[in-house]
Design a protein. Structure first.
Length: 202
C-alpha cells in the first residue's frame, strides 16, 4: 500500500464535490481550507487575485464569528462581518500604522470608537456613517485637545478646546471653527466673553 504524503495538496475539480480539506480555483479567486457538501465549512481562506483576502471560520459557505480581511493596499480588518460588509465590533489597521477600533453597521463606522492616526492625532468618541458624530475628544500631536460635540466629522455644537499653554476656549463651534457665543480664558487667567464668527472674535 502506497502511503500518501501528509503535505499533499488536494485540488477539487468540481466545487459541488468538495468535502474535507482542499482547494478550489475560481476564475477570480482561490479558496483553501475545509469543506462540507460543496460549501466552505470550518477554517479557510478565500484569496482574490486582485489582492483582497478573507481568512476565518465558515459555516455552510458563510462567515461566522470574526474575520480577518486583507485589502490590496496592505490594510487589515479584524472583526465581525455580515452580508459582505464589516458588521459588529472590529478593528481596521491601515498601511501607515493608523488604527480604528469601532462598532460597524453595514460597512459603516457607528457608535463609540477610538482612532489613533499615524500623524499623532487621536479621536475617542461617537461615530455615525463613518464620521465623527456626537460626543467625543480629539487630541492633536502638539497636545492641544478638543472635547465636545461633533457633526459630520467636524467640531460642531458646544465644546472646549484646551491649548498647550493652558489657555482655553469654551463655547460654540461650527464646522471645526469657533462660531457663536464663547469664553476664552488665557494662560494668565485673563478672560474674554463674547461672540465668534468662523474662528475669529466678532
Amino acid at each position: 500500500m502506497v502511503e500518501m504524503p501528509h503535505n499533499l495538496k488536494v485540488v477539487f475539480l468540481r466545487e459541488e464535490n468538495a468535502d474535507g480539506h482542499g482547494e478550489y480555483h475560481y476564475p477570480d479567486a482561490k479558496y483553501a481550507g475545509e469543506w462540507k457538501n460543496g460549501k466552505y465549512h470550518g477554517k479557510g481562506e478565500l484569496k482574490f487575485y486582485d489582492g483582497n483576502n478573507f481568512k476565518g471560520q465558515w459555516r455552510d459557505g458563510k462567515f461566522i464569528g470574526l474575520v480577518t480581511y486583507y485589502f490590496p493596499d496592505g490594510g487589515i480588518y479584524v472583526g465581525g462581518w455580515k452580508d459582505g460588509n464589516q458588521h459588529g465590533k472590529g478593528e481596521m489597521i491601515y498601511p501607515d500604522g493608523s488604527t480604528i477600533e469601532c462598532t460597524y453597521k453595514n460597512g459603516k463606522r457607528c457608535g463609540k470608537g477610538k482612532a489613533i492616526l499615524a500623524e499623532g492625532f487621536e479621536y475617542i468618541g461617537e461615530y455615525k456613517n463613518d464620521e465623527f458624530h456626537g460626543q467625543g475628544s480629539f487630541t492633536y500631536p502638539d497636545g492641544g485637545k478638543y472635547v465636545g460635540e461633533f457633526k459630520d466629522g467636524l467640531e460642531t455644537g458646544h465644546g472646549t478646546f484646551t491649548y498647550t499653554d493652558g489657555s482655553k476656549y469654551i463655547g460654540e463651534w461650527k464646522e471645526g471653527l469657533q462660531h457663536g457665543h464663547g469664553t476664552c480664558i488665557g494662560a494668565d487667567g485673563g478672560k474674554y466673553v463674547g461672540d465668534w464668527k468662523e474662528g475669529f472674535i466678532h
